[in-house]
Design a protein around this ligand. Structure first.
Ligand code: DAT
Ligand code: MG
Length: 160
């Protein structure tokens, strides 16, 4: 059986809400291994580039804010660091997407109550986790955050 890698991210609301441990346990219990891991505070340029395919969407500026801002002065919500992981197993890409559930966490609660987004997401923006949606985006997204070095894969961005 051929192993596959995918990119997973616990977004600011997931890290801030203390969901890291339960999400990692779910990942490991589901048969994935975590081969790389880095905690980052994303900046605006990084998020804009990571989510470039959504640049024309009406929600883009809110998405960039949510993924980057350290504090939201006008609300009780905060955006802090994210935890980025490479997950490996057979069929990792589709299986991780299935495990996180639909984009809108409210819908996830109705249709996929055992999914990660149902557990810790709030709505269609603050949905707690990311997962690559195809082999092409998995390869691209892993290379976006990690590069090969003599000591294995290392983060390309400033770690916390
Ligand atoms: P996914 O994260 O399930 O791959 P996507 O690629 O369509 O979903 O969108 C990327 C992110 O953009 C998503 O995780 C949260 C945000 N987003 C998507 N649709 C949205 C909407 N209707 N309103 C607000 N944010 C949205
Ligand atoms: Mg997507």
């Amino acid at each position: 059986p051929v192993k596959e890698k995918t990119l997973a991210m616990i977004k600011p609301d997931g890290v801030d809400g203390n969901y890291v441990d339960v999400i990692k346990k779910t990942i490991l219990d589901s048969g994935f291994s975590i081969t790389q891991e880095v905690e980052l505070q994303l900046n605006e340029d990084t998020v804009k580039s990571f989510y470039a395919e959504h640049a024309s969407k009406s929600f883009f500026s809110n998405l960039v804010q949510y993924m980057t801002r350290v504090t939201h002065p006008e609300s009780f919500l905060t955006s802090g660091p994210v935890l980025i992981m490479v997950l490996e197993k057979e069929n990792a890409i589709a299986d991780w997407r299935a495990l996180i559930g639909p984009t809108d966490a409210n819908r996830a609660k109705e249709t996929h109550p055992r999914s990660v987004r149902a557990l810790c997401g709030l709505d269609s923006q603050r949905n707690c986790v990311h997962g690559s949606d195809s082999p092409q985006s998995a390869a691209k997204e892993i290379m976006f955050f990690f590069e090969k070095s003599s000591s294995g894969f290392v983060s390309k961005h400033d770690e916390l």
